[in-house]
Design a protein around this ligand. Structure first.
Ligand SMILES: Cc1cc2nc3c(=O)[nH]c(=O)nc-3n(C[C@H](O)[C@H](O)[C@H](O)COP(=O)(O)OP(=O)(O)OC[C@H]3O[C@@H](n4cnc5c(N)ncnc54)[C@H](O)[C@@H]3O)c2cc1C
Length: 501
């Protein structure tokens, strides 16, 4: 069956990512096996149990803000940490083990991938910008390989809106005479609300706009052992149920400034770069899952005398969807590889860093679109059964909708992508990067089209942005798929033969 490699996330990765090391492959196989045998059953139970709840006080009246899940939830969550979704990044000095494990996680449970993503998005800037003492206290526990591992979180969004952080972040950061920082303000969307540490955007010295923002590390517990911030409530949401998203109140909360105050917005964008690539990889992991559920159903369900998969219209849809998943994966993976090559840079950044930003916007935007379309289509393939909560398909559509919104909805990706094209000519660097894999006439055509777009008056340019971004995303994904296929043939087969021997 040409589609069978989509039934297993590791098999798909093996076919798509050339030169995967033997140890990475071993880790991924063990991780997938755990999900197959145990994790997916826990995940199903957690999803059915719904949103977790909060115990605000202990029985003696002490504020504890404890998030309550079924016990197995913690086992499922800790499995990824123990398998190395965070610590391997530091041991191997590469983000790629995280992105690959994130892919496998999202095939089974994109909600659980959120704590992993926000943890890595805390640990990486902490390692890069935190001083030795702060790293010793807060990073070291995040790299534990046992149940005592600490988690991170990334809290930027406030009640008036997440897209325009420059206008809407009111949380203030005040520095005391002894140099310590304290934050006061409310964060409205806080995923992984029970994390031991969070990176938080706050306004320094009342400076307006994004230039006034700094990035701070905020621990859950103060120096004196009391809670450093309070959890006001958890959101009752559709979509992902295996990550608690809440509202956080900070009142003179102890905090540590990361990096230079004037670089705050760059650090916030670095955090978003990481989580957006994770989102892109995860979106295709989830799309693959929805595809595989559709395939199993189409192979078993008979209508008009033969299985659905043998009906010409259905067959064509499977072929097209399969091709879309493969090319979108190539786009997400390129974003992962290039981010891995530039993520240690600090401002001012190289041209390659700016090109990476464009790639990330394209990948986050396009993969989330593909994820939602694939989940919707998988529901259609499953017919009425697809809508029933007792089967897994409706869940993938609920969860796909969230991949589209968190880390910035489509408009944000498109308009920020446009900005990096206008300000840094990132598209020209991207075209140079893609040159070897594209026919010259095709390259000229797309280059001319993008230049025409960029010369439009501002309002017209923004109004046309989605059409042009779609074209750019598909062009880039096609080029990268071509390269990926050539590389898989050259290197991947050799690597696989070596590992399987
Ligand atoms: C389940 C969940 C978990 C989340 N977890 C976190 C978290 O842990 N940390 C965190 O910081 N945030 C988190 N978020 C918030 C998320 O990042 C925001 O929802 C998102 O960034 C959009 O912000 P907003 O919802 O305030 O929409 P708004 O910023 O109010 O925007 C509303 C709509 O307008 C669009 N829009 C905005 N500007 C323009 C423009 N110029 N042109 C065209 N359209 C525009 C937006 O794309 C969006 O579609 C979470 C959200 C959800 C749903």
């Amino acid at each position: 069956m040409p589609f069978d490699h989509l039934l297993s996330p590791v098999r798909f990765l093996l076919d798509s990512c050339p030169a995967m090391s033997a140890s990475t492959l071993r880790t991924l196989r063990m991780y997938e096996a755990w999900w197959e045998h145990e994790g997916q059953h826990i995940s199903y139970a957690v999803d059915r149990a719904g949103t977790p709840h909060v115990r605000m006080f202990d029985r003696f009246g002490k504020r504890v803000d404890e998030i309550l899940y079924i016990t197995d939830y913690w086992r499922m969550l800790k499995e990824g940490y123990k398998a190395g979704i965070v610590w391997r990044v530091f041991e191997e000095n590469s983000l790629l083990p995280f992105f690959l494990m994130d892919y496998v996680t999202c095939f089974y449970d994109i909600g659980v991938s959120c704590p992993y993503t926000v943890s890595i998005s805390t640990a990486v800037p902490l390692d890069k910008y935190g001083d030795d003492e702060v790293c010793k206290r807060y990073l070291v526990p995040m790299l534990r390989r046992n149940d005592e591992v600490w988690q991170g979180a990334t809290w930027m969004t406030e009640i008036r809106g997440g897209s325009d952080l420059g206008a809407n972040v009111d949380t203030s950061a005040v520095q005391a005479a002894d140099g310590h920082w304290f934050l006061t303000g409310d964060k409205y969307f806080c995923s992984n609300a029970g994390a031991e540490v969070a990176v938080v955007a706050a306004r320094i010295d009342d400076k307006p706009g994004v230039r006034g923002l700094g990035l701070f590390l905020v621990p859950r517990v103060r120096e004196n052992g009391e809670l450093n911030f309070h959890l006001r409530r958890l959101k009752d949401k559709i979509a992902t149920r295996s990550v608690p998203t809440g509202e956080i109140e900070m009142r003179n909360s102890e905090a540590y400034l990361l990096g230079a105050p004037e670089h705050g917005i760059y650090l916030i964008l670095e955090v978003l770069n990481l989580s957006r690539v994770a989102n892109a990889m995860g979106s295709i992991g989830l799309a693959q899952r929805a595809f595989s559920e559709a395939l199993r159903f189409a192979q078993g369900r008979v209508a008009f005398g033969k299985p659905l998969i043998e009906q010409p219209l259905m067959r064509r849809q499977f072929e097209e969807r399969h091709a879309e998943i493969c090319r979108s994966f190539a786009l997400a993976w390129e974003a992962a590889i290039t981010l891995n090559s530039v993520h240690r840079e600090t401002p001012p950044y190289s041209n390659r860093f700016h090109m990476t930003r464009l790639l990330i916007h394209l990948a986050k935007y396009w993969t989330a679109e593909v994820c939602v379309q694939t989940a919707k289509w998988a529901m259609e393939v499953n017919g009425g059964i697809g809508t029933l909560a007792e089967y897994p398909v409706e869940r993938w559509l609920r969860e796909a909708m969230i991949a589209d919104i968190w880390e910035g909805p489509p408009h944000r990706q498109i308009l920020d992508g446009l900005e990096v094209m206008e300000r840094k000519s990132a598209h020209l660097m991207l075209f140079e990067h893609l040159m070897p894999f594209v026919e010259p006439e095709q390259m000229q055509e797309v280059t001319a089209r993008m230049e025409r777009w960029l010369l439009m008056p501002q309002d017209e340019k923004e109004a046309n942005a989605q059409t042009e971004f779609n074209i750019l995303a598909q062009f880039t994904a096609d080029a990268l798929l071509g390269r990926m296929r050539a590389e898989v043939q050259e290197q991947g087969l050799v690597a696989r033969r070596v590992t399987e021997r």
